[in-house]
Design a binder for this molecule. Structure first.
Ligand SMILES: CC(C)(COP(=O)([O-])OP(=O)([O-])OC[C@H]1O[C@@H](n2cnc3c(N)ncnc32)[C@H](O)[C@@H]1OP(=O)([O-])[O-])[C@@H](O)C(=O)NCCC(=O)NCCSC(=O)C[C@@](C)(O)CC(=O)[O-]
Length: 304
């Protein structure tokens, strides 16, 4: 029997943040703002713009305030930013995001490498951040990295996922991202992790954040859709990688997700041609072709 799939999928493009954070060469503030403009013009309604982390740790995001000031906000589009601690919260809120993202992991070792603390300490740090954001009327999402596997610890179980999802919910986080940081998840394992998230958060507040390192991301999106999950993250042109997960590639490319959903007759509100233009633009800035297979095919077809 065919599973019922959601009729509408929400895509959050994380390209400007997750996609660019690992780039060694500085990408100018103007180019970042231009990328956001092209994504919203293509129909993206959710964009992760930048992060308010330490510029010593992630120099590429050091122009966070300038980028937020430079974007031309479009009504109906929601802009999110990463915030690791209270120090990041003040400038983040001053930049007027619609949502902030706190981030921890299902793996102790990754949490230590990524944010220099234990999982328990990360939750302690988040409490005042969540309170401050809510007091300012800003929604708080939490990312759970390494929910399907860890570069340092290997396998991660659904029990480990739930062990962090549950306290995050208790802290008052509004939404949760199940993140496959190193792209090792496969459909049944993804469903097991998603089921644990769905035990504690409403379906509309659970997102899949899949890196495509092992080529499993589209399949994992489909497997999540079978459970009713209808919010996914993707990165235009397949940009990205994680500074604390060696060899990890970018998120699944937004173009590839839109192509699959178009084929399934599922509404996204995103114009594929304009999305390919946005991916071509930023790939040109970075001096390499898009990773997205769909973008490459469309660009080859255009070139005749
Ligand atoms: C979390 C910290 C800040 C702790 O860093 P720390 O060194 O433990 O913190 P600290 O409080 O001891 O501060 C050290 C220095 O950083 C400064 N500092 C401290 N906080 C801030 C801040 N917010 N903004 C600006 N500066 C800050 C602070 O002022 C101080 O400066 P100094 O006195 O040495 O000049 C650090 O570890 C950090 O910034 N890590 C970066 C983590 C990161 O950005 N990772 C990538 C994003 S997560 C991700 O990509 C995964 C995700 C979400 O996409 C999902 C997935 O796929 O898995």
């Amino acid at each position: 029997m065919k599973a019922m799939l959601p009729s509408h999928i929400k895509i959050l493009d994380v390209g400007p943040r997750d996609g660019l954070q690992n780039e060694k060469e500085n990408v100018s503030t103007a180019h970042k703002a231009q990328l956001v403009a092209m994504l919203q013009d293509a129909g993206l309604k959710e964009i992760e713009v930048t992060s308010f982390v330490s510029p010593k740790w992630v120099p590429q995001m050091g122009d966070n305030t300038a980028v937020m000031a430079a974007i031309a906000r479009k009504p109906g589009v929601r802009y999110s930013v990463l915030v690791p601690n209270l120090k990041g919260l003040e400038p983040a809120l001053a930049s007027k995001p619609d949502e902030i993202l706190v981030f921890t992991a299902a793996s102790e070792s990754f949490t230590q490498k990524n944010i220099n603390c234990s999982i328990a300490e990360s939750l302690e740090r988040f409490a005042p951040v969540i309170e401050g954001a809510h007091a300012a009327g800003v929604k708080v999402r939490a990312a759970l990295s390494c929910a399907l596997g860890c570069p340092y610890e290997g396998d991660i179980t659904a029990d480990q996922v739930e062990a962090v999802v549950k306290p995050l919910r208790a802290l008052g986080v509004d939404a949760i991202d199940i993140a496959d940081t190193i792209g090792v998840g496969t459909p049944r394992k993804v469903q097991a992790a998603m089921e644990r998230a769905l035990k504690h958060f409403p379906t509309a507040e659970v997102s899949g954040h899949f890196h495509d390192t092992y080529g499993q991301a589209l399949t994992n999106i489909y497997a999540s859709m079978e459970l009713g999950v209808h919010s996914f993250h993707a990165s235009v042109a397949g940009l990205g990688g994680c500074p604390y997960a060696k060899g990890a590639t970018g998120n699944v490319a937004t173009e590839d997700v839109v192509f699959m959903l178009n084929g399934l007759g599922i509404e996204t509100g995103i114009a594929l041609d304009k999305l390919v233009d946005a991916g071509a633009f930023i790939s040109n800035v970075l001096g390499r072709p898009p990773v997205s297979r769909v973008a490459r095919a469309v660009l080859a077809k255009r070139a005749g």
